[in-house]
Design a protein around this ligand. Structure first.
Ligand SMILES: [Ca+2]
Ligand SMILES: [Ca+2]
Length: 91
């Protein structure tokens, strides 16, 4: 019984740390995508992170329609794709 409780606690811990790590991944992905470090990701920069990105998808993620993605919008874009694609899209 104690072992089960430990396993449950470990699972909860893993889930908690997993989502924190994922948030940090998203932040890292944003920093990596922002090639010129102006704190926003242009369409070209976003394509570097998501090679299959279409203008429509970019426009969907660009919530305030200013033509660039801020960190929240970029994370929204990654969420839209349901994946952290930054490692697998390397040429
Ligand atoms: Ca930029
Ligand atoms: Ca925007």
């Amino acid at each position: 019984m104690n072992k089960l409780a430990l396993l449950a606690a470990a699972a909860i811990t893993a889930a908690t740390f997993g989502s924190v790590a994922m948030a940090q991944d998203m932040e890292t992905a944003f920093v990596n995508a922002d090639g010129n470090k102006d704190k926003v990701v242009s369409y070209d920069e976003a394509q570097g992170a998501v090679s299959t990105l279409t203008p429509d998808q970019f426009a969907t993620a660009d919530a305030d329609a200013d033509g660039t993605l801020d960190e929240g919008e970029f994370i929204g874009l990654l969420t839209l794709f349901g994946t952290n694609d930054s490692s697998s899209s390397a040429m």
